[in-house]
Design a protein around this ligand. Structure first.
Ligand SMILES: *[C@@H]1O[C@H](CO)[C@@H](O)[C@H](O)[C@H]1NC(C)=O
Length: 318
C-alpha cells in the first residue's frame, strides 16, 4: 500500500458555508463563549494553585479539569473562529491530525477525571475520618497522572491507526472541526477496524467512568440518607452538588448526541455537536463558584492585589 504524502493533502472544513449570515452570528457567539471559558477556567486554575485553602483533593482535581477545558477548547475554537470569517476553510493534514488527537486525548482525560472526582466525594462522605489518610497527596497525584496518561494513550492509539490510512482525494469534512470519525471516513479503504476501535474507545472511556460515578453516588446517597439531622444531610450533600451538576451536564449532552434520532438536517446536527463541545467547559467554573463560599473567599483574596503579588513572590521564592 502506498504511503500518503501528508504535505500534499489539505482538508476543507465545510462548516456552515452554505449559510454565511449564520456564520457571522456563530462567530460572535463562539467568541463570547470562548472568552467566558478562558476567564472562568483560568481564574479557577489560578485560585487552586495559589490559595492554600483550596489545596484539597477536590479543588486540585477541579483545577485539573479547568486546566483541561482551557486546552480542550483552545485546540479547536480559535481555528474555527477564523474559518467562520474566511472564505477559505482549508486545514493542512498535519494541523487536522493535531487538532483531532489533542481534543480526543483531552476528552478522554475529562471522563476519567470526572470519575476520579466522584471517588474523592465517595471517600469524603462514606469514610470521612480516614479521608485525609486515603486521599493522600501521593494518591491524588497518581490518580491525576492516570487520568492524563490514559487519555493520552487512547488518543495516541487511535491517531496512529488513523494516519496509516491511505488518503486519495476525498477531502471535505462536513463539520466545523477535525473530528476523528469524520477524518477516517475520508480514507479510501476499508475503515471498519478504525471504526470499531474508536467505538470501543468511546464505550470504555465514556461508560466505565459513568458506571463508577453511579456506583460512587449510590454509596454516597445511602450514607447521606442515614444521617439523622436534615441539617447534616444538607451539609454532607452540598459538597457533592457541584460535581453532580457538572457530570449531569456532561453526560446528558453526550447521551443526547448518541441517542438522538439521526436527523436529515446536517446543519442542525453540526450545530448541536458544536454547542455541546463548548457548553460543559463554559458552565463548569460557573457551577463550581455559585454559592461556594470557599471559592468566593479565595477570589476576594486574589482580587486584593497585595496578596496576589506576595503570593506570587512566595511561590517563586519557595
Ligand atoms: C492537578 O492535580 C494534582 C494532584 O492532585 C495537583 O498536584 C496539581 O496541582 C493539579 N493541577 C492543577 C493545574 O490544578
Amino acid at each position: 500500500m502506498e504511503r500518503t504524502n501528508w504535505t500534499e493533502i489539505e482538508f476543507i472544513l465545510q462548516g456552515l458555508s452554505e449559510y454565511p449570515r449564520a456564520e457571522k452570528l456563530l462567530f460572535a457567539t463562539c467568541l463570547v463563549m470562548y472568552l467566558v471559558i478562558l476567564l472562568g477556567n483560568g481564574t479557577l486554575v489560578i485560585l487552586t494553585l495559589l490559595d492554600s485553602r483550596l489545596h484539597t483533593p477536590m479543588y486540585l482535581f477541579l483545577g485539573n479539569l479547568s486546566f483541561l477545558y482551557i486546552w480542550y477548547t483552545s485546540s479547536f475554537i480559535p481555528s474555527m473562529l477564523i474559518h467562520f470569517l474566511s472564505k477559505k476553510k482549508t486545514i493542512s493534514f498535519t494541523r487536522c491530525v493535531v487538532q483531532m488527537s489533542v481534543s480526543y486525548s483531552l476528552g478522554s482525560t475529562e471522563c476519567v477525571l470526572l470519575a476520579v472526582m466522584a471517588y474523592d466525594r465517595f471517600v469524603a462522605i462514606c469514610n470521612p475520618l480516614r479521608y485525609p489518610i486515603i486521599m493522600s497527596k501521593a494518591l491524588c497525584i497518581q490518580m491525576a497522572a492516570l487520568a492524563w496518561g490514559l487519555g493520552f494513550f487512547n488518543s495516541l492509539t487511535e491517531t496512529i491507526l488513523a494516519i496509516q490510512l491511505p488518503f486519495c482525494g476525498k477531502n471535505v469534512i462536513n463539520h466545523f472541526v477535525c473530528e476523528i470519525l469524520a477524518f477516517v471516513k475520508l480514507a479510501c479503504t476499508d475503515i471498519s477496524l478504525n471504526e470499531i476501535t474508536i467505538m470501543l474507545g468511546n464505550v470504555i472511556f465514556l461508560f466505565t467512568p459513568l458506571l463508577l460515578i453511579c456506583i460512587s453516588y449510590i454509596f454516597i446517597l445511602s450514607t447521606v440518607l442515614r444521617i439523622n439531622s436534615a441539617e447534616g444531610r444538607k451539609k454532607a450533600f452540598s459538597t457533592c452538588s457541584a460535581h453532580i451538576t457538572v457530570v449531569t451536564v456532561f453526560y446528558e449532552t453526550i447521551l443526547f448526541m448518541y441517542m438522538k434520532p439521526k436527523s436529515k438536517d446536517s446543519a442542525f446536527n453540526k450545530l448541536i455537536a458544536l454547542f455541546y463541545g463548548v457548553v460543559t467547559p463554559m458552565l463548569n467554573p460557573i457551577i463550581y463558584s455559585l454559592r461556594n463560599t470557599e471559592v468566593h473567599g479565595a477570589l476576594r483574596k486574589l482580587v486584593s492585589r497585595h496578596w496576589f503579588w506576595s503570593a506570587v513572590v512566595t511561590r517563586l521564592a519557595g
